[in-house]
Design a protein around this ligand. Structure first.
Ligand SMILES: [Zn+2]
Ligand SMILES: [Zn+2]
Length: 645
């Protein structure tokens, strides 16, 4: 008896009933068979050893695909567990999933034992040794009772607790070498594939994310099929560490996070404030050119407004709990720290009647919002509890929608181009199999998604479609940028919304004298100032271009005799609008130069006796070095050119 398998290119092939994924791969090419890590049968991942019993659409994946990487990395989590068990008998295991970059496993070490990052090389060496044994991952289907029996004997309370969640179901175990794990799969065919593992770090993690439970040891790692891939990863990681915005933020005194103020609530230091204001001003100038009007709205809002929008209670997980009190008249009041600016702007819109001639109305605000993130998730400026969006809402007629979308997208593109970031666009659509997650009618959604795609085609955007990535009120454009070292970040968004105009009963009077609903575009080119700056700091490795550098010029007199000349020069620069800083400390000039370099100040102007006499300065450019003596006017000309670049 034969089965028919449909390959990704649409071609159909006949195979014997019970053919395995590996055999299918072999029938295509030996190279594919060597590199295959799993097979998707009708979009469900399976081991390559699974016999295929019925007609199916098949897709064989390798490490080159994201799904293949997930299988590869998750398999490496099992490998690490085997190594841990060999080194530390009695260790018990929580969960060990693949993550975006690698995997982790949460483990509980026997007794009072603790692991530190110094132990990682030893574990890694054991993993490499196990890889050389090259044993298969074997799947075993057993009854729930037998699984419980197995982990009882092993004494692994965590796996027993996990099993409680699968009561009565058939259980799968996976075994490789001496290690058996409770797991649904999928895994690579054998450990020999996991050639180049690397353990990265250790952290504490609550069992099941519950702060009332035990703290387990979480070990992070990654693995690659080729040595070169591992080496590239390590180089990249070192580069990323050097650029880490948390480290640079401290060194360059851009921002701080004080536990006294509260976790996830960043404070902008003077240097960071300059940077942020310059970005805001850059955008504000563009907004004025593009017909936006700026508004300022409060940081909290009545809870009922968020009931109208639907944010409360449906999205209350991501918000701070309501502020509840009884006012002096005995009335119960409920407010919310605002999680988004939209409902506030809708109030501005509806504060007076509008005719179609007034539209589009474009309301912009650098609006601060507050979201609840678990304390363990907080990180620098990238995961915070309070942040400022460069938000705007465009209220337009349906006829104006496409032009307004184009305008908003062009502004976003201008932002990324200005900072030299490559961008790809995702059209984020709803998941048609899960429509209850979204507000609004099918008709609205189909129309909005069609319009978005038409605009993307009209603009010739380099886009892909992300199913299930839409906002609850409408589809959107999301922009994924690549930074200077090739990392991808989701930044900036332009969203179409037919739902909120209904919920807030927004209106305008049309040419027909009848009432109509406007369409809303929500858009934020930076997204959040905090997140954008975290990425910008890393993108430039703190070496900001001249126009946004918090300090642009250091003025460095060699001895006290040159201080009056240096003071006058500094003042001249300040008067011309440059951010210049005089270093008149009684330090050696080499020390002053080194500090200016460390602070990544684009230019240092060194002034000695000779320079004073000749009316010159000795110019040093950050990252380039000594450029020799120049007349002050020539230096000012260079600055003026950079300022306007
Ligand atoms: Zn597994
Ligand atoms: Zn909005």
């Amino acid at each position: 008896m034969n089965i028919t398998l449909t390959l990704p290119d649409g071609s159909k092939r006949e195979y014997a009933h019970g053919t395995t994924g590996l055999q299918v791969a072999e029938s295509i090419s030996q190279g594919l068979a060597r590199n295959a890590v799993g097979i998707f049968l009708n979009d469900t991942p399976n081991d390559l050893s699974t016999p295929i019993m019925a007609d199916a659409n098949v897709r064989i994946v390798t490490f080159d695909q994201d799904e293949g990487k997930q299988i590869f990395w998750h398999s490496t989590a099992h490998l690490m567990a085997e190594a841990l068990e060999a080194l530390y008998p009695g260790v018990r295991f929580g969960i060990g999933p693949a993550i975006e970059q690698g995997f982790y496993y949460d483990v509980d070490l026997p007794g009072d034992m603790k692991l530190s990052s110094e132990d990682l090389p030893k574990i890694e060496a054991k993993m490499v040794e196990l890889v050389k044994r090259d044993v298969p991952f074997q799947r075993e289907d057993i009854s729930w009772d037998d699984a419980v029996q197995y982990f009882k004997e092993k004494g692994d309370e965590y796996k027993l607790e996990l099993l409680e969640g699968f009561k009565g179901q058939s259980i799968t175990l996976y075994k490789q070498g001496a290690f058996t794990d409770l797991c649904r799969g999928t895994h690579v065919p054998s450990t020999g594939m996991l050639k180049f593992p690397k353990l990265l770090s250790i952290a504490g993690a609550y069992w099941r994310g519950d702060s009332n439970r035990q703290v387990l040891t979480r070990i992070y790692g990654i693995a690659f099929p080729k040595k070169q891939m591992l080496e590239e990863f390590i180089t990249m990681r070192e580069e990323a560490e050097k650029r880490d915005h948390r480290k640079l933020g401290k060194e360059l005194e851009l921002f701080m996070i004080s536990q006294t103020i509260g976790g996830g609530l960043p404070v902008w230091m003077p240097n960071g404030t300059i940077l942020r204001r310059l970005l805001e001003n850059f955008l504000r100038d563009e907004l004025i050119k593009r017909g936006y009007q700026e508004v300022i709205t409060p940081h909290i809002g009545n809870l009922n407004m968020y009931r109208t929008s639907g944010h409360y209670p449906y999205y209350s997980d991501g918000m701070f709990p309501p502020i509840q009190f009884t006012d002096e008249t005995g009335r119960e009041e409920e407010y919310l720290l605002k999680p988004m600016n939209c409902p506030h702007h809708h109030q501005v819109y509806s504060s007076k009647p509008h005719s179609y001639r007034d539209l589009p109305i474009r309301l912009a605000e650098f609006g601060s919002v507050y979201r609840y993130e678990q304390s363990g998730e907080l990180s620098g400026l990238s995961r915070v509890r309070g942040f400022t969006q460069d938000d705007a809402h465009i209220y337009c007629t349906h006829e104006q929608l496409k032009d307004e979308l184009i305008n908003a997208i062009e502004l976003t593109q201008l932002v990324f181009k200005t900072f030299g970031m490559e961008v790809k666009t995702r059209l984020s659509f709803r998941d048609p199999n899960n429509t209850e997650k979204y507000a609004g009618t099918d008709e609205m959604w189909n129309q909005a998604e069609r319009e978005i795609q038409e605009v993307a085609d009209m603009m010739g955007l380099d886009y892909f479609i992300g199913v299930g990535e839409a906002a609850f009120y409408g589809p959107k454009f999301d922009f994924i940028v690549r930074d200077a070292i090739g990392r991808k970040w989701q930044l900036g968004t332009v969203q179409v919304d037919y739902v909120m105009p209904e919920r807030f009963e927004l209106e305008y009077t049309g040419a027909d004298n009848a009432k109509h609903r406007p369409v809303i575009i929500h858009r934020a080119p930076f997204g959040s100032m905090e997140r954008f700056l975290s990425i910008l700091i890393e993108h430039f490795a703190g070496n900001f271009p001249f126009w946004i550098a918090p300090v642009q010029v250091s003025v460095l007199p060699i001895t006290d005799d040159q201080i009056p000349y240096a003071q006058a020069l500094t003042q001249r620069l300040l008067d011309l609008g440059y951010r210049a800083k005089l270093d008149d400390r009684a330090e050696k000039v080499n020390r002053k130069i080194a500090e200016s370099e460390q602070k990544k100040v684009p230019f240092a102007l060194v002034i000695g006796k000779k320079e004073v006499e000749s009316g010159q300065v000795s110019v040093r450019e950050h990252g380039i070095g000594d450029k020799g003596a120049m007349n002050v006017d020539a230096v000012l000309k260079v600055f003026a050119e950079l300022k306007n670049a």
